[in-house]
Design a protein around this ligand. Structure first.
Ligand code: DGP
Length: 125
């Protein structure tokens, strides 16, 4: 798999501090911030600080330390936002590439919750 990272994407600009964000959590390898256009009462974007384009890029090419840090952050945020799955629960989504309708070409996971979210996809007719 070959990926070309675009340093001009909006999340690269957020990581450089060129545009502001509402930070939820930050570690050495990971940043989480509120989505600018929330689709649920809680809508957080979780991104690695490394230059990974998609989820499969991250899975194939990130270090073990980056991967562990990323998913530990996810779990901590779910708990801290009151979304743990032994409580109300939540949904995570990562759009990847053309068919996934990924808009921002820096790997990110959407963490959504705070209300019932309905079916993830509309059944195909
Ligand atoms: P996706 O379609 O999966 O690539 O989702 C990109 C998300 O990024 C979308 O929900 C809106 C969000 N977004 C785009 N620009 C900004 C921004 O400048 N700041 C923040 N906080 N979120 C943004």
């Amino acid at each position: 798999m070959s990926y070309t990272y675009d340093d001009k994407n909006i999340f690269a600009m957020i990581l450089r501090g060129d545009i502001p964000n509402t930070t939820v959590k930050e570690t050495e390898h990971t940043l989480a911030f509120r989505d600018i256009n929330p689709q649920a009462p809680v809508h957080i974007l979780l991104i690695p600080k490394g230059k990974y384009v998609t989820a499969d890029d991250f899975a194939a090419n990130a270090s073990a330390e980056e991967i562990v840090d990323f998913w530990r952050c996810y779990g901590e945020i779910a708990a801290e936002e009151g979304l743990a799955a032994d409580g109300p629960g939540h949904r995570i989504i990562s759009n990847a590439g053309e068919h996934g309708l990924q808009e921002v070409p820096h790997f990110h996971v959407h963490i959504l919750g705070g209300q019932g979210l309905g079916p993830i996809l509309t059944p195909r007719g």
